[in-house]
Design a protein around this ligand. Structure first.
Ligand code: GLY
Ligand code: MN
Ligand code: MN
Length: 477
């Protein structure tokens, strides 16, 4: 296995990100050049009434612009010159036998910032530095979760001095600044992909009838930790047999059977940047004929999308390419009956492929969505759960993750849907469902000026490559 030389962001990375954002704000004409951005960092959350807390997860915007992952930190950034002063609610020195108390000098020495002060100075500094100029806050609702971003509005409202606050303008610009990745971000995403590739591959080597999905999931996480002490960015999805048909399967209790497939959707977050990769592999090392048929349809869909990707392609059209390729494959197998165009219009594909083709990936697994005004006109096809509604542009990083699922609950709904119930051969579906829960293939890619650069291409993918890799017939590089 090729060891990944895991390195942190290059010096200057966070300062550059700050420079790029403030430049975009100044160029937009929507922000006062004399204004400031005030960001709030992560807060430790108690586990209900326990005196133990959930692990601290960096707040992505603060991390992107400063590198700071510490609790109770605030950053004041000048839009004019992107300089940054942080304000820290310092820990009580009496706690120093209990936790490692960090001082301001350490903050200054560790991060790419201009100064570090204690939180008590914030109000006076705002009065002196900002005065009547606008303070822009990052307040917005994440399009996918419906949750409002972390922001210091309540801290400002609690101050005796009143400031001019704008909480409506910044969020979308922050989102937009994350849509295109710079060269160092692409390196960090590629690094996260490389670590996860090793974890996928070494996890396949552990697959054995009788082990549980949980053991497989834990092995994957352990491989990440061993390689670079990094955690998974989302709960590993490890579903064997029918469990592979649940998109975000969480139970992981089932024992593996040699004749089943296992769908492993798992990644890693390294220095903030996430990977998200899926392979579906035979536990016993060999695909059955039916498993191979469906696998090759999903692969054909993914490859058709990769062939089409280039700047100018709309992601909706990419999704439609995947849907139609898979519909044609199911039609060829006689799992569905009729004429492709008509089947597609009836939204037959939804019952086998109910999710969107892919999403942006970066500091979040499902990265921020960008300016609404840049979304292309979306023909709202029924039952097409896409996250990205944009024309592809160079340096966007997305996942391409088609899948075919034989999910019992969804197929029961298909049986009641007047539009599709007569075009699906449910007896044949039942035969496939005995051998296949779900097959998804997910890779991460960068849009280049001419096409796609796949970041996770080192991980075996064709039926032949996977079977050879699992039989130790290839030396894995
Ligand atoms: N693992 C989550 C996703 O693929 O979107
Ligand atoms: Mn994904
Ligand atoms: Mn995934």
């Amino acid at each position: 296995m090729k060891a990944v030389n895991v390195t942190p962001p290059a010096p200057g990375f966070f300062k550059n990100n700050r420079g790029d954002l403030t430049f975009a704000l100044r160029s937009s004409g929507h922000f006062a050049h004399s204004g400031f951005i005030l960001l709030k960092g992560p807060v430790l959350q108690d586990i209900y009434d326990d005196d133990i807390q959930y692990p601290l997860i960096p707040e992505n915007t603060l991390y992107h612009l400063t590198g700071i992952a510490d609790e109770d930190t605030y950053a004041l950034i000048s839009i004019a010159d992107s300089s940054c002063v942080i304000y820290v609610k310092l820990q009580d020195p009496a706690k120093s036998y209990w936790i490692k108390v960090k001082g301001l000098e350490e903050f200054k020495a560790t991060y790419e910032i201009d100064d570090a002060k204690s939180f008590e100075h914030l109000e006076a500094d705002l009065a002196a530095k900002v005065g009547k100029n606008t303070i822009y806050l990052n307040v917005g609702v994440n399009k996918y979760s419906g949750i409002t971003s972390l922001n210091p509005l309540s801290e400002l409202e609690a101050m005796a001095t009143k400031f001019t606050i704008d909480k409506d303008s910044l969020y979308e610009f922050i989102c937009e600044s994350r849509v295109h990745k710079n060269a160092e971000e692409i390196r960090l995403l590629s690094q996260a992909a490389e670590v996860a590739i090793n974890s996928h591959f070494s996890t396949w080597k552990k697959l054995k009838a009788g082990l549980t999905e949980r053991e497989i999931s834990n092995f994957f996480s352990c491989s990440n930790l061993t390689q670079c002490n990094a955690l998974t960015p989302y709960h590993n999805i490890c579903g064997c047999g029918h469990n592979g048909s649940y998109l975000h399967y969480e139970d992981r209790d089932a024992p593996l059977k040699a004749e089943d497939l296992i769908l492993i959707d798992a990644g890693v977050r390294v220095h903030g940047y996430c990977s998200d990769i899926t392979r579906t592999v035979p536990i016993g090392g060999k695909f059955s004929e039916k498993q191979k048929q469906i696998y090759n349809i999903v692969l054909a869909a993914q490859e058709a999308v990769f062939r089409a990707v280039k700047p100018g392609l709309s992601w909706q059209d990419a999704h439609i390419i995947a849907e139609r390729t898979m519909l044609q494959g199911l039609l060829d197998l006689k799992v569905i009956k009729g004429e492709l165009e008509d089947l597609w219009k009836r939204r037959t594909s939804y019952y086998f492929f109910p999710h969107g083709l892919g999403h942006y990936i970066g500091l979040y697994t499902h990265d921020l969505a960008g300016l609404k005004s840049k979304e292309n006109v979306w023909v709202p096809y029924e039952k097409m759960n896409l996250r990205v509604h944009r024309i592809l542009e160079e340096n966007m990083v997305l996942t391409n993750e088609p899948g075919i699922y034989f999910n019992e609950g969804l197929l029961n709904l298909a049986k009641k849907d007047e539009k599709v119930k007569d075009v699906i051969d449910f007896d044949l579906v039942a035969q496939y469902a005995k051998e296949i829960g779900g097959i998804r293939i997910e890779d991460m890619f960068v849009v280049t000026n001419t096409g796609a650069k796949i970041l996770s291409s080192r991980l075996p993918k064709t039926v032949m490559e996977i079977e050879a890799a699992m039989a130790d017939k290839v030396v894995y590089e």
